[in-house]
Design a binder for this molecule. Structure first.
Ligand code: 6R9
Length: 650
């Protein structure tokens, strides 16, 4: 069909771990050897980090691929592992969550507080008729009750389905209907960009079309007026008055823990189903290994929303199962000012920060003076997730947030994988900016060509996973065939992640973006990521998105959209000059084949609500088509800004 991805970018900088971190790291290079020798034995040892009510009989049952069963016969309770066992070990007074509301109000919850609230919520849900195996939809802002609601479901064996609080009534309706949820947990609203943003009216609209919903539990956050129906119950009247004692009952290792919908590009969202024992084993282990988390001394902060998988795995289940102290923030990074994130790091003395490339590039655009205005000396480790991080963004992050010395873990994983799969180990790996480096111990990843053959070092192709892993999705809710078709049919016996990737000369893995975004220029498959990284490596560019637009001579031609850094002059002549310079810069960095046909300087890029660039819409602009579905856009005015600037150089 098409040849493998052209391998253009040549990034050779490499940064070994700080000596002190390496000397005290939770996980050393030995883990790779151990896992290579006995992968299942390795995962069994990691499962042993958790408290099990009943030991498993078999680590992995792979007799009916691609349907995996991990820790067969084992039983445990996820909430017990995240809360009770820390309280029982005398750590009840330890802070679990430093919560910071967008308006500046704060709450501090210890493990004992979180345990009590979760037990009350478990009792309240039981009272409302929720039983093990029932589905509960959660539609909440970033308030502690979001974590409590998830843990309460886990505690009673109800399968939660968290829907991001920014989604529309239609999106919420589809997700409630697909999972036939019995209860919805929501709030009157949350705070966003300096003002209350209502949630309850959206739930009312959705519930009117969802006969499965029997009750709606409503947290009071903003205090704004809400409409009320017979199904509605205030959280403070139901949960906070419930009995605080609740004995967690163990569930089977394969009991369904949660469903999380990925929007994807096609109309019907996929309900990714995760189970109990394997999921908690891998999220817990990776938090310990990749973030080198030391629960006694670290203050951890993951900036994701709980509505995404990163919030599930690295705000709720991974950190809490390890007994971490963490920061949780309700709002946006520029409310009330652009230094808000750094102010929070400074205030809580955050030691580990886990954020997304989109945020780092936004910070680059705003300028390095902003982080420079805060004391960030508490930080000791930085993480990135969600998209490929451009080498220059990586360097900026290390330089201006990490004092030029902190390790960065670029973590590749997906909603489907449940936990981090490919990442440096901070005490072991000499990281290269822009590369996720190597599969974690116990993970077998590869890059293959069109025929599914492993490519040699230096080659490009498709990222696959060769062996099942504990936190893998078990199926797509209610649609086993779609599960098989989507992930297991492209290459026989391999999990196809949908991402392009290359192996460099040392065999390290570089992610090159979704294969749907790959461009075909004069017969060469070229990755959008590499051209974007070349643009971002120019000192005038903060962020870039690249698409392939139909072209009569080359099949597709490269069209780029670039956001200039804050201080750059782009008016008139200066803009034209910058564009010419950028085209040449890309040609010089990657070769003439990658020279963009056209570059547009834009103030913003279209992003999904989880911060990923939506190249599909830019392709519509580049090919002068009317825009496709924009409902998953974070900010719908962005496309008008971009389209209206199409005529001139800017
Ligand atoms: C965790 C999460 C998954 C897709 C994935 C890939 C992209 C995530 C990445 C990365 C390059 C990284 N992605 N992390 N690409 N480097 N470190 O984001 O899950 O929302 O399901 O998205 O995100 O394309 O396939 P999800």
């Amino acid at each position: 069909m098409s040849e493998a991805l052209a391998n253009l970018l040549n990034e050779t900088r490499q940064f070994p771990p700080p000596a002190e971190l390496a000397a005290n790291a939770n996980v050393t290079a030995e883990a790779y050897a151990e896992a290579a020798e006995d992968r299942l034995g390795f995962w069994a040892r990691q499962a042993g980090r958790l408290a099990w009510a009943k030991q498993w009989d078999q680590v992995l049952d792979w007799s009916n691929p691609p349907f995996a069963k991990w820790f067969v016969g084992g039983q445990l309770n996820v909430a017990y592992n995240c809360l009770d066992r820390h309280v029982e070990a005398g750590r009840g007074d330890k802070v679990a969550i430093h919560w910071e509301g967008e308006p500046g109000d704060t709450r501090t919850l210890t493990y004992a507080d979180l345990h009590k609230l979760t037990c009350q919520a478990a009792n309240a849900l039981t009272e409302l008729g929720v039983r093990a195996g029932d589905r509960v939809a959660i539609y909440l802002p970033m308030i502690p009750e979001a974590a409590v609601a998830m843990l309460a479901c886990a505690r009673i064996g109800a399968t939660h389905s968290v829907v991001f609080g920014g989604f529309s009534a239609d999106a919420l309706t589809n997700r409630i209907q697909d999972a036939t949820a019995k209860v919805v947990i929501t709030a009157d609203g949350g705070y966003r960009r300096g003002k209350p943003s209502a949630l309850k009216p959206t739930v009312d609209e959705a519930v009117a079309n969802c006969p499965s919903v029997e009750h709606v539990l409503v947290v009071r956050r903003t205090g704004e007026d809400v409409a009320w129906s017979a199904k509605d119950h205030w959280w403070h009247e139901t949960v906070e008055t419930a009995a605080p004692e609740h004995t967690a009952q163990p569930f089977d290792a394969e009991h369904p823990l949660f469903i999380l919908y990925t929007s994807g590009t096609t109309a019907r969202p996929k309900g990714i189903l995760h189970s109990t024992g394997g999921y908690l084993t891998q999220t817990s282990y990776t938090t310990h290994a990749v973030f080198d988390l030391k629960p006694e001394t670290d203050v951890y902060w993951c900036t994701a929303d709980i509505g995404w998988v990163t919030g599930h795995s690295y705000i709720v289940y991974g950190p809490l199962s390890n007994g971490a102290t963490q920061v949780m923030y309700e709002g946006t990074p520029d409310t009330p000012h652009k230094g808000r994130f750094w102010e929070i790091v400074d205030k809580y003395k955050v030691t580990i920060l886990y954020t997304a490339p989109t945020l780092i590039r936004t910070m680059m655009k705003w300028g390095e003076d902003i982080p420079a205005g805060y004391d960030l000396s508490s930080l000791r480790l930085l993480g990135s997730v969600g998209e490929p991080i451009n080498p220059e963004a990586w360097i900026w992050y290390r330089q201006h947030v990490g004092r030029g010395e902190l390790p960065i873990v670029d973590t590749w994983w997906q909603t489907e994988t449940g936990a981090i799969m490919i990442s440096p180990l901070p005490g072991v790996t000499a990281a290269k900016p822009g590369s996720a480096m190597t599969p974690l111990p116990g993970i077998v990843a590869d890059v293959v060509d069109d025929q599914g053959q492993s490519v040699p070092n230096g080659g490009g192709g498709y990222l696959v996973l060769r062996e099942p892993w504990p936190s893998m999705l078990r199926t797509i809710w209610g649609d086993d065939n779609r599960f098989i078709e989507t992930y297991w049919s492209r290459f026989a016996g391999l999990y196809f992640a949908g991402d392009g990737a290359k192996k460099d000369d040392d065999g390290h893995i570089w992610l090159l973006g979704r294969v749907d975004d790959v461009m075909l220029v004069s017969g060469h498959n070229i990755s959008t990521t590499e051209v974007e990284s070349a643009l971002v490596s120019h000192p005038s560019v903060a962020e870039a998105a690249v698409v392939g637009a139909t072209d009569p001579t080359t099949g597709q031609a490269i069209v780029a959209f670039a956001i200039p850094r804050g201080t750059v002059d782009t008016a008139g002549e200066a803009g034209e000059q910058l564009i010419a310079e950028l085209r040449n810069h890309v040609a010089k960095t990657l070769g003439p084949i990658a020279k963009p046909r056209q570059i547009m300087l834009v103030p913003e890029l279209p992003k999904t609500r989880s911060g990923k660039i939506m190249r599909r819409l830019l392709r519509d602009v580049a090919e002068n088509r009317s825009l496709g579905d924009v409902t998953t856009l974070q900010d719908s005015s962005v496309m008008e800004l971009i389209s209206s600037g199409m005529g001139g150089g800017k």
